[in-house]
Write a protein that binds this ligand. Sequence first.
Ligand SMILES: Cc1ncc(COP(=O)(O)O)c(C=O)c1O
Length: 412
Amino acid sequence: MSLNARAVFNGRAVLGYTGTMKKPTRVNHPPAVALPPGNRPLVDPIYQSVKFEFDDVDTTLKAGRGEKPGFLYTRVSNPTLRQLELLLAEMQGRDDAIVVGSGVAATSAVFLSLLRQGDHVLGFVETYAPTRRMLSRILSRFGVSLTLLSIDDIAAVERVLAERPTRLVVFESPTNPVTKIADIERLTDSAHRHGALVVLDNTFAGLHNHGQYPVDLYTHSLTKFASGHSDVMGGAIIGRADLIRSIRLDEILIGALLDPHAAFLILRGLKTYFLRYRAMSQAAQQVAEFLATQPQIERVLYPGLKSHPQHELARRQMQDFGGVVTFDLKAGKAAATAFCEALELFGLTASVGSTESLVMAPQMLLAHDLTAEQRQISGVGEGTVRLSIGIEDPADLLADLAQALDRASPKG
Ligand SMILES: Cc1ncc(COP(=O)(O)O)c(C=O)c1O
């Protein structure tokens, strides 16, 4: 606590003896700059402070016990993180949220908090590979078992849930990379009838989709569409207040929190989230329609295409279909490799949801932990290419795709 407080600006005490402070002391207690009453910043400042103080011990102890509002230590809570949490919960239409350092950290927080020894999890072959591996490699060490089904096989879901007590059903929609659409109504209904909680990784669909379903917890990689600019990582768990409260207590001990500066960048990204998501969806539709007419291409998967096997389901569930377009080249792996390398505007890298268009090499999409049968279900082949469409002018993207197709796999 600061002694001899003469005035308080921005909640920070200014010492009465500043004139006599030695410089090494002063640099650690710099002058406070106050905003006069009625004067506000248009953009909220980043609370890039790990520690927050009160003026007396009693209030400090009460805040520490959660009996008084306030902040003490950023691993527990921080105003910039809290602002992001409140905004995300509202966007997804749920009570509360927790923000953490990455999308994977969000998923692992859910698993570590909700799973006990002996629990069974129902996942899917089409689930994001690190989520699958987290369960099969890490959670299995603690006695958690996993069944992998196809997201298309609702009858098998019903059968497994009827046969085995299951704690969590974990899935995505659209799936990564082949954009299969999960039937969320039937999956949540089946899971809840059999006493399982539903966890939906909603990263691809975005924060404005799927809120109408009784999903217990949504996880998001904020690294992608939410922040949008390829310059920050983050993750979120969004859901019912009671579940979030209990996960938060564990998360404080696990410590995979987000940094306030990262939260600020994500908040800044969210200002243009709807504009970006809409622009990406529109451009992705154009790209998918263009690719579907190209003779070198076997099939194009984009939920907005009428030819997509679950187009009608996607239309019922989603407002728009996002920026991920996946397709198979007839000429297979060599042509897919040449195509990725011939693109000039698309970054050859991992991830989706950036302002820049991206392409993922087919070799990086193949899941080596799957059996031959599971690989068949996953829908990823040797010539599968995943595009993430950015916010460039769609005409430029189409021209780049056309020239890369010609160079990689000439017509006829
Ligand atoms: C569907 C999905 N969930 C989670 C993640 C993990 O996100 P992060 O890279 O922020 O940990 C990814 C990353 O590609 C993803 O595609």
